[in-house]
Write a protein that binds this ligand. Structure first.
Ligand SMILES: [Zn+2]
Ligand SMILES: [Zn+2]
Length: 367
């Protein structure tokens, strides 16, 4: 990024708490995540929520959707402007809403779940102000409310639940995030014995249903559903991923699709047309196994040998002058409908590929 400082330069700047850089950096960091209610203490918020909840029209914010803000005016704030007043009201309700949500969902109360030897694992309570470690320049951001974790107000407003937002900066937190993410990405598929264990567990848990009065068809439908559900829980597979798979959507997004080119067999095929010993030598060095490897296919007409390069050689007449590169990347192989019905479909072996590219529609060819 042009003009951006190196981590070393940032570090040097952060060592001087009097500098404007220090002030602006801390302001920025404090604006993106915080650990206290907006402009209020916990007791004040507690009273506010209790008061608001006494109104019969009051709705629990965790059960409602966020409201979009009005378009901001492009002039200085003006008390006479109708839209300015609307904005003010929106911001006020935003703050109340966020405080309410935080009070409902982000308060940490210690109990058996978090205490180890009388001390809270989550290190609550912990109030402190923003400080910078003088020796290493590490920034510890302020957190004024003892029983709150850290969050971003906008995210809380939008998600209406308990998000946990932490400034990573550097140090152990960043390392543990990297470890956490790689743990997820490298998640291995289930071991065979775990799969069988899961199936067995479902059977054991469902003995009443299996021996019950339901129709056999219904039982047969319910069991696999439960097995699949518990398998996908074990695999920690997300619902969107399962849905994408069922709907036949790809599990990743990509800007390019690649096609395989059988270059070696193609080039040795081409070299066959030269008699020169030099070229023979070259071809042999290049290809340690000069004998053509073919796939033998059976059809009504008998056995035929097939190699992928036949797709490059035996093209329909109109495409005989298309350059190989264009031919490979634009053509798609498809089973011709009449061939499929006339001969044993499983033996023709012609790969059927979905039409990926409309440009290629006219280039359908038969091997
Ligand atoms: Zn205005
Ligand atoms: Zn605790």
């Amino acid at each position: 990024i042009v003009n951006s400082l190196s981590p070393q330069e940032i570090h040097a700047q952060m060592m001087n708490p009097q500098s404007t850089f220090w002030k602006e950096m801390v302001d920025y960091l404090e604006s993106v995540h915080q650990g206290e209610f907006i402009d209020k203490t916990m007791t004040e918020v507690q009273n506010d929520v209790a008061y608001a909840a006494s109104d019969p029209d009051y709705k629990d914010p965790t059960q409602t959707l966020p409201e979009a803000p009005p378009y901001p005016c492009n002039h200085q704030p003006d008390v006479k402007c109708h839209n300015c007043t609307k904005c003010d009201t929106w911001w006020q309700s935003f703050k109340n809403n966020v405080n309410d949500l935080l009070y409902r969902s982000n308060i940490h109360s210690c109990g058996d779940h978090c205490t180890v030897k009388g001390e809270c694992k989550a290190k609550f309570p912990r109030p402190y102000k923003t400080t910078v470690d003088e020796k290493v320049g590490y920034i510890i951001l302020k957190k004024l409310e003892t029983r709150l974790n850290t969050f971003t107000t906008t995210l809380t407003y939008l998600l209406r639940s308990n998000p946990d937002v932490t400034s990573l900066l550097s140090g152990t937190a960043l390392k543990s995030v990297a470890a956490y993410v790689t743990d997820y990405i490298t998640e291995t598929p289930l071991k065979t014995y775990t799969i069988f264990q899961t199936i067995c567990d479902v059977f054991n848990c469902q003995t009443t249903m299996i021996g019950g009065t339901l129709r056999d068809q219904e039982k047969a439908r319910k069991l696999p559903t439960q097995i699949v559900n518990s398998l996908s829980v074990r695999m920690e597979m997300g619902a969107p991923m399962a849905a994408a798979y069922l709907l036949g959507n790809p599990d990743h997004y990509t800007s390019h699709r690649f096609r395989t080119v059988y270059w070696k067999s193609y080039s040795s095929e081409v070299l066959k047309d030269w008699d020169s010993t030099d070229l023979d030598q070259l071809a042999e060095n290049d290809n340690p196994n000069p004998k053509d490897q073919v796939v033998v296919k059976r059809s009504r007409e008998g056995y035929t040998a097939y190699t992928p390069i036949m797709d490059y050689i035996y093209r329909p007449k109109p495409f005989k002058d298309v350059c190989l590169y264009d031919w490979i990347h634009l053509s798609r192989k498809k089973l011709l409908p009449n061939i499929a019905s006339n001969s044993d479909a499983s033996q023709t072996g012609t790969a059927v590929e979905a039409q990926e590219d409309s440009r290629a529609k006219s280039l359908i060819h038969k091997t």
